[in-house]
Ligand binder design. Structure first.
Ligand code: SAH
Ligand code: SF4
Length: 388
């Protein structure tokens, strides 16, 4: 059977090399060739022995999802639709900024969680992406952007990765974590843990597992300050209500990083560090994402309730103006309302930013990713899966 090496993290590559009778250090060489240098042709991996290259050619490939379309927005945001077989397509978005380049990666074909304001949720759910399909998006984007030509990482074209594309990353835990390992692996992409963000709608047990296994930056899609409203907007809340979610966020922020990333440097911005020192300075913080829906969750009372809800959690807020899609039934909050909401949070000593909408003209903004999803759920499993 042919193995796609994009599916394997260092551990997996070591096992694979052992099966071919090769030493563990070969795994690190492969990581460097494949991910740092973007090489998919074993013949050109010049520091591998001829026999090893021949064995690889017989038993392995480096195969990312293939490109179905490539669109560039007026603001430079670029979106690829990638084929993952059986008439399914996923979307990956590159967002260039002055000091950084962010790649927004998908984790599933569609999403089963059905948040009411999200276009991906509307598409239904087909399946989890494999590790190779998750990593293949990064591999492909590096290739398309010519980023593999800067192998020393001095000029990273993609400096940040956010798991904010299609799907719920923590519902595809094992494949996600293997992909994260490769993203932060110095032999591969070598991204700092602080520059890799997992965004979740709040699958509490897997927030704890992520903390234990690969504590990258965490963003939690909050969107409502009360269970009553969140049960409607983010149905997974019925299973993991706010009290449990806040406790998990607190644990996540308290987690000391398990390795010596940047000499154990804290991930917290300076003002947050100063504030939380009083309470014994947790090392990390959580970013709460909050979509601004006109007359649904954007009153000043909602803002005050948020302050109370998150009192014990080292956090910052990212307010996301709602991005419309056909028949969503929601409207974006007015800019004045968003500013007033932000002021309430900031007045309570919280950091609150408003996310700039990018790539709107190619439907590449948050929540607009629809891809191409063959929904496999029956009406009955739809309701069950939405609350997992
Ligand atoms: N499933 C994960 C990650 C993907 S969604 C999650 O829910 O966190 C990435 C972000 O976009 C989430 O915060 C999500 O709530 C937000 N989002 C979804 N639909 C949106 C829309 N129509 N407008 C603005 N943001 C949206
Ligand atoms: Fe899924 Fe996230 Fe969209 Fe909710 S917001 S339906 S969890 S992708």
């Amino acid at each position: 059977m042919t193995v796609n090496l994009l599916n394997l993290d260092e551990r997996g590559l070591i096992d694979f090399c052992a099966e071919l009778g090769e030493k563990p250090f070969r795994a690190r060489q492969l990581l460097r060739w494949i991910h740092r240098l973007g090489e998919s042709d074993f013949e050109r991996m010049s520091d591998l022995s001829r026999t090893f290259r021949e064995k690889l050619a017989q038993s392995a490939v480096v195969l990312p999802p293939s490109v179905m379309s490539d669109a560039v927005a007026t603001d430079g945001t670029r979106k690829w639709l990638l084929s993952v077989g059986a008439n399914n397509g996923i979307e990956t978005v590159f967002i260039p900024e002055v000091n950084r380049g962010t790649l927004c990666i998908s984790s599933q074909v569609g999403c089963a969680l059905q948040c009411t304001f999200c276009s991906t949720g509307r598409q239904g759910f087909n399946r989890n992406l494999t590790t190779g399909e998750i990593l293949g998006q990064l591999w492909w984007a590096n290739q398309a952007l010519g980023a593999h030509t800067h192998p020393d990482g001095a000029e990273r074209v993609i400096s940040n990765v956010v798991m904010m594309g299609m799907g719920e990353p923590l519902a595809n835990f094992d494949n996600l974590v293997a992909a994260l390992y490769v993203m932060v692996d110095d032999h591969a992409y070598g991204l700092s843990r602080r520059r890799v963000t997992v965004s979740t709608s709040g699958i509490v047990p897997n927030i704890d597992r992520l903390r234990a296994q690969c504590p990258v930056a965490l963003a939690v899609s909050l969107h409502a300050p009360t269970d009553e409203l969140r049960d409607v907007l983010v149905p997974i809340n019925r299973k993991y209500p706010l009290k449990d979610l806040m406790a998990a966020c607190r644990r996540y922020a308290d987690a000391s990083q398990s390795d010596g990333d940047a000499a154990g440097e804290s991930m917290m911005p300076a003002p947050l560090q100063a504030k939380w020192k009083r309470y014994g300075a947790p090392r990390d913080f959580v970013t709460f994402e909050y979509v601004m829906l006109k007359d649904v969750n954007d009153s000043l009372q909602h803002a005050r309730d948020l302050v109370a809800l998150t009192r014990d959690v080292p956090c910052k807020f990212n307010l996301i103006p709602f991005n419309p899609f056909p028949d969503s039934g929601y409207q974006r909050s007015e800019p004045d309302r968003i500013r007033a909401f932000q002021q309430v949070l900031m007045g309570a000593d919280l950091i609150a930013t408003v996310r700039k909408t990018r790539g709107e003209d190619i439907d590449g903004a948050c929540g607009q990713l629809a891809g191409q999803v063959q929904d496999r759920r029956t009406p009955r499993t739809r309701t069950r899966e939405a609350t997992l």
